[in-house]
Ligand binder design. Sequence first.
Ligand SMILES: NC(=O)C1=CN([C@@H]2O[C@H](COP(=O)(O)OP(=O)(O)OC[C@H]3O[C@@H](n4cnc5c(N)ncnc54)[C@H](OP(=O)(O)O)[C@@H]3O)[C@@H](O)[C@H]2O)[C@@H](O)CC1
Ligand SMILES: Nc1ncnc2c1ncn2[C@@H]1O[C@H](COP(=O)(O)OP(=O)(O)O)[C@@H](O)[C@H]1O
Ligand SMILES: [K+]
Length: 538
Amino acid sequence: MTDLLTSAQMRAIEQAAFDSGEVTGAELMERAGQGVVDAVFEVFPKLQDSRPVALVLCGPGNNGGDGFVIARLLSERGWRTECYLYGDPARLPPDAKANHDRWAGMGTVVPFGDWRFSLRWGYGDAEETPSLIVDALFGTGLTRPLADDLDKALRELDTRFPEGTVRRVAVDAPSGLCMDSGRPIDPDHDGELPSRQDLTISFHRLKRGHVLANGPEWCGQVRVADIGLDQGALRLARERLREDLSDMAALAKPDIYFLRKGGEEYPIAHKYDYGHALVLSGGPGRSGAARLAARAALRVGAGLVSVAAPGTAMAECAAHLTSVMLRRCNGASDLGVLLEDDRLNALCLGPGLGLGAATRDMVVTALGSRRRCVLDADALTSFADQPPTLFAHLHSKVVLTPHTGEFARLFPDIWERLSRQPERGPAYSRIEAAQEAAARAGCTVLLKGPDSVIAEPGGRALVHAASYDRAAPWLATAGSGDVLAGMITGLLARGFWPVRAVESATWMHVEAARSFGPGLIAEDLPEALPGVLSSLGA
Ligand SMILES: NC(=O)C1=CN([C@@H]2O[C@H](COP(=O)(O)OP(=O)(O)OC[C@H]3O[C@@H](n4cnc5c(N)ncnc54)[C@H](OP(=O)(O)O)[C@@H]3O)[C@@H](O)[C@H]2O)[C@@H](O)CC1
Ligand SMILES: Nc1ncnc2c1ncn2[C@@H]1O[C@H](COP(=O)(O)OP(=O)(O)O)[C@@H](O)[C@H]1O
Ligand SMILES: [K+]
């Protein structure tokens, strides 16, 4: 499981490393600087042949210290490097100060006061124009917005060297971005940071801010540099620490062992060993969403899948369904009768179901049966005026799958906190919002988006980041959420525990979109699943 760290957790890991006696701060800083330089030339090999001129912007903390190491290493590679320092050299922390002093014996450090002057009048000669700008101003220690003078200078720098003319690389974080939330601490500019990076290098692990919210937009690409915190005593120290850090989030991944059909779990399996999922459909002209969900549930491996539709929609459903079975269900009392069949072990309510009392009644009946259950779309919005009524019936085998609009309706106070422009760091994040919602609801919550967050009461949160090399913008298409709800239901029918079902489904949903590519519509997703399952070895 790949941890996704907060700034405080990274500091705690660093402290555990120091306590283990295996590494010093100076060694970590040297490895960090080296990691950045290695990543820069690996990701942008053409930089080796371009003008060897770099600007390194150093801040008042250890992020700035990394900057001085980078300046030295670039200079040793023959680069003409200039450091701008925002801060008082005498007040740098010890390791940063040592690297500042070492660099000052080799090259220039332009104090911030002279920075803007230099920007305006320097670089007359094209030979002097940098091909690399390193942002080592602030990393995990950012606590407040960039000061006006610094912000202004950075915007001038951005205008002076527009995107495409120079490579911009951030050390650990694009300065101004909160690494716990991925939200810019920038109330005066509506979250528009001074510059967009081409590459951001994190140390040891990704931080939450690299994948949440606007993080990917400002980071460009990300790489993780190994700074030796995974070895020997350090690993032990970190593992011990992990026990205290129960709120350590992780990146979601598919559960290949349980996705596989057959194997040790089911050496000779019957279709009922993989469960029977029931998806409730809306009325005539509105059954498409449920049919999409049902097909996805079947494709993901549920043994049997049925759609339960009102009598008026039976003909429409029958015309479209083949391997998915069809049952009549005209409301909550019919659903109660259907659920007397205890082989129906996973339910999906919401896609296209319609808003109002009839849906609320069916949700209450479904929840009363204590089956594994996914509530999506209309099943959530039908409780917008009375969320506590819904919460009173929820239990640990339920999954709520709200997109941001549905989330805002069910958890308005949490949403208000999440959407308020942050003025200080660490800012409230989508991880904390999903965890708070899960605790209130008493069940698993999937807060959907390009950065989908999965939370269960009291458990560690998981994030599926459809960004960087897993970006899947084609998923922003009508009905893709219905397919995801069906996939989760199918895995619940197969016996997955809710949080594991959501984790695997969310990952495969994005993978299916990526394997299909541009032009994707929701119908393509279930059909792409066999390829995804095969590629996983399932
Ligand atoms: N952890 C590790 O294992 C490793 C960490 N490493 C590196 O250390 C970095 C973390 O260093 P860090 O803790 O010194 O924080 P950093 O980001 O340099 O800034 C803090 C300084 O800025 C100040 N400050 C904050 N906001 C401000 C603002 N808006 N405007 C002005 N000032 C502001 C703040 O002061 P204060 O809030 O106390 O006023 C403090 O002085 C990390 O990102 C990585 O690059 C690597 O070397 C390898 C191993
Ligand atoms: N830009 C994007 N990148 C990756 N995934 C996305 C993006 N936009 C939406 N998604 C995913 O697509 C799904 C959309 O769900 P939802 O909003 O409920 O759609 P619908 O109601 O049309 O079915 C969610 O799983 C969400 O995480
Ligand atoms: K930085």
